[in-house]
Design a protein around this ligand. Structure first.
Ligand SMILES: [Zn+2]
Length: 347
């Protein structure tokens, strides 16, 4: 029956580059597709397809494939033969995994829409989708995203609304071209500092998470739109000056000494550090105190500064001040801080 539908669809268009068979209750894809090697656009939305036919592998000229609202349970392996594919719509299926190798031939894919599926994880192989600019994974059950996703350096839009994410990898900073990042309704408590390195980010939506404070430098993002409704923005209690002693571990004391000497270009240490990659690695994670300008490694005091959002940000109506995290080196600096910087009491 589907064969007849296919023939009718081709005759209807009078050409063999586009086939549209939406909402025809199709269960089995027409195998005669293999007679259409020039096919560019295949639309089989709103059917009952649970498996793609093997003949699809002959469609090497196909640019757009729409299998939205069907019954697929995986991103099919056959996708790897569709080497010209630019847009792949698989929304509204029951997809819970990628078949192994599915991403192998999709080096030209620019758009992947997997909204409304059952994915709990993504394979590392997503990093093979080198040309991808738009990735939509709204309404899945993702609990994490692999750091390999952050290797998709052409990605401009990443939609992860309505998932179960509790964190975003620091490597997000590698998505240099990212312009639009949507994270509505997840369980994110902390945004990584890496997000502050996304110079092209213009739209950020984090509504409906559990974020209290933003990473240092957040206010320098060049956002146009920023939405953060339904987050418990700053419910921690600000503390006033606490006269306490600083207690540092030996590692912290040594690291601070080394980092601050290196900052002064101490010749002996500059030379010695070349021999110790582990030490170099460790101190590359050092942070600079905004009060005294000295470096520290893993012991700090968390403070908050409430900053009016930049004027050119279009923002949530509820947001008058953005709580931005500031990390400082010691109680000595805490007692020297300006009156707009508040220490945070951790109860
Ligand atoms: Zn300091």
């Amino acid at each position: 029956m589907t064969e007849r539908l296919l023939i009718r669809a081709i005759k209807g268009h009078g050409q063999t580059q586009i086939v549209t068979l939406n909402g025809k209750k199709i269960r089995k894809m027409p195998s005669t597709l293999e007679l259409l090697p020039d096919l560019k656009n295949l639309c089989l939305q709103n059917n009952l397809i649970s498996k793609v036919c093997p003949e699809i592998s002959t469609l090497t000229q196909l640019k757009i494939l729409n299998l939205g609202n069907n019954l697929l349970e995986e991103v099919p392996e056959e996708m790897k033969y569709l080497t010209s594919l630019k847009k792949l719509h698989l929304f509204g299926n029951k997809i819970c995994r990628f078949a192994s190798g599915a991403c192998d031939g999709l080096q030209n894919l620019i758009l992947l829409n997997l909204n409304r599926n059952q994915l709990t994880w993504l394979p590392q192989e997503v990093s093979k989708l080198k040309s991808l600019t738009h990735l939509s994974l709204n309404c899945n059950k993702l609990v994490s995203i692999p750091t390999e996703l952050c290797l998709l350096k052409n990605l401009r839009e990443l939609q992860l609304n309505y998932n179960e994410l509790s964190c975003i990898p620091e490597e997000i900073k590698f998505l240099k071209k990212l312009q639009k990042f949507l994270l509505v309704r997840n369980y994110i408590e902390v945004l990584p500092e890496g997000i502050c390195h996304l110079k092209n980010l213009r739209i950020l939506d984090i509504a409906g998470n559990t974020i209290q404070i933003f990473p240092p430098g957040f206010q320098n993002l060049k956002l146009k739109e920023f939405y953060c409704e339904e987050n418990p923005l700053f419910v921690k209690r600000p503390a006033i000056a606490l006269q306490q002693e600083d207690i540092w571990s030996l590692q912290e004391i040594t690291s601070r000494y080394v980092m601050n000497q290196l900052a002064k270009k101490h010749p002996f240490l500059m030379c010695a550090i070349e021999q110790y990659p582990e030490v170099r690695n460790l101190i590359s994670q050092g942070k600079k105190c905004p009060i005294c300008g000295k470096y520290f490694l893993s012991i700090w005091l968390e403070c908050v500064r409430f900053i009016p959002p930049p004027k050119n940000w279009k923002i949530s109506r509820n947001l008058q001040l953005v709580p931005v995290q500031v990390l400082i080196c010691s109680y000595k600096c805490l007692n020297r801080r300006d009156p707009n910087l508040f220490g945070i009491a951790h109860m």
